[in-house]
Design a protein around this ligand. Structure first.
Ligand code: KE4
Length: 432
């Protein structure tokens, strides 16, 4: 067991007394890699610093939001100026309207949107909205895709040929996942057969257009197009969960990158520049079903919070700068090629990348479906995580997450990351 640094270890022991598992979200507990989590004191640019002031190159980036890096001046200044005007009103404000206008101007599938406070709220609301709009109950999701901790979506494939799902968490009644179907990501045949069988009852198909929660798995050519064609044919709402990919893989998200426009889009992460946010939006005729206009209820005390909206506006405006996305693409390519250059007989694996999000899979030489990712060498990943940490590189503490680059990650940062991987690879392959 790798022991944490003195101060982090002490804080972790204290935190465990008042916070379940010592963390406010399970993945932060490092269960997949062992050891005790670092307590982060501050972030700056491409780095985080622990409570003892040690710096680490950060590829978690708060799980995706920090596309500008930590504490970018434009966002911090905007938030510092906004807070004294009031930190919440529970009333409409000009800024949240401006954010909605900006988002609908960028994301092709969004004519109208609602702001919420997390990705989970966004997907939960999108599912209820789709059910209210179609009058149907079933929802189809994909194996390996994660959409937040929505009861109906915490589901795993049922046994055998049964197409029904089983809860993937305690506390979720079977009745809550009984309307959830599960297809294979990048497996059009599985989608086609489930839609054919259930088309009369199917309200929505929800998908991460780029799977980011089994590590990065890009859509196979034609996969998203097939989903669009099948859902359009049977009047099923196509939901793109772009909580990760929105503003990350292109200014207009994955729907711009792949040229497929869904009926409803879920957003989060980058949209709030690191502050708590989510959003769901889509075709006006669908969004018009929401209260107070229509019968689908959805609400939120803190939705459109003025400080959060300020951070979001500052972030999206910074992403308007010319050359931003080619720069993110170049950084991602540089890291991908560097990591691939180290892979070989000593350390086998592959790198999947879309833009500035990528995953190094240790073991499998090809990952085009979640089951391939599940073949990753988890013990070796744990050694890789701690080996890189010891060399000053902070990676997501799970083999099934994405590394995120920001505009603050320099060429030197990327070169240092590749060098650290090469150094660890030499050491690990000589020992194992
Ligand atoms: P939140 O409720 O955590 O804001 O968003 C849920 C969500 C929805 N959709 C996608 C595609 C997501 O990736 C997420 C959350 N992502 C995880 C990491 N892959 C957040 C990290 C965590 O759970 O602590």
């Amino acid at each position: 067991m790798v022991r944490g640094s003195g101060v982090s270890r002490g804080l972790f022991e204290r935190s465990n007394r008042v916070v379940p598992g010592g963390v406010n979200s399970p993945v932060r507990a490092w269960s997949a890699v062992g050891g005790e989590p670092l307590f982060v004191g501050r972030g700056e640019g491409s780095r985080i610093f622990d409570e003892e002031g040690r710096g680490y190159l950060d590829y978690v980036c708060a799980w995706g939001p920090l596309i500008l890096g930590h504490a970018p001046a434009a966002v911090v200044e905007a938030v510092v100026n906004a807070a004294p005007q009031g930190t919440g009103f529970g009333a409409p404000t000009k800024k949240e309207m401006e954010l909605a206008e900006l988002v609908s101007g960028r994301i092709a599938g969004i004519e109208q949107l609602r702001l919420v406070n997390s990705g989970t709220e966004a997907t939960m609301s999108a599912i209820r909205l789709s059910r209210g709009y179609t009058g149907r109950d079933k929802v189809l999701k994909f194996d390996g895709c994660y959409h937040g901790h929505v009861d109906a979506l915490l589901a795993k494939a049922g046994s055998g040929v049964a197409s029904f799902s089983l809860p993937d968490s305690a506390g979720v009644p079977e009745s809550f996942t009984g309307e959830t179907l599960i297809a294979g990501f990048n497996d059009v045949a599985s989608v086609r057969s489930l839609i054919r069988e259930h088309r009369e009852d199917l309200a929505a198909v929800i998908v991460e257009p780029v799977c980011g929660n089994m590590g990065v798995i890009p859509p196979a050519p034609g996969f998203l197009e097939a989903l669009r064609e099948l859902t359009r044919r049977y009047g099923i709402v196509l939901i793109f969960d772009e909580v990760i990919t929105g503003f990350r893989v292109a200014r207009g998200g994955a729907q711009e990158r792949y040229g497929v426009t869904p009926d409803v889009t879920c957003l989060g992460k980058v949209l709030g520049g690191g502050l708590p946010v989510g959003a769901f939006g889509g075709r006006r005729d669908i969004m018009s079903c929401l209260a107070p206009l229509g019968p689908v209820y959805q609400a939120g005390t803190l939705s459109g919070n003025p400080v959060t909206v300020t951070a979001g506006l500052a972030t999206l405006k910074a992403l308007e700068a010319p050359g931003v996305y080619p720069e993110l693409e170049a950084k991602g390519r540089r890291l991908e090629e560097g990591l691939k250059g180290v892979l070989g007989p000593g350390v086998q694996g592959t790198v999947n990348r879309v833009g500035s999000m990528l995953t190094l899979f240790l073991g499998p030489e090809r990952v085009t479906a979640p089951d391939h990712a599940r073949d990753s060498d988890r013990d070796r990943f744990a050694r890789f995580f701690h080996g890189m940490l010891a060399r000053g590189i902070y990676l997501p503490p799970s083999p099934f997450e994405a590394l995120f680059l920001s505009l603050a990650h320099s060429d030197d940062d990327i070169a240092a990351t590749v060098a650290a991987f090469a150094d660890w690879a030499d050491e690990d392959s000589s020992r194992h």
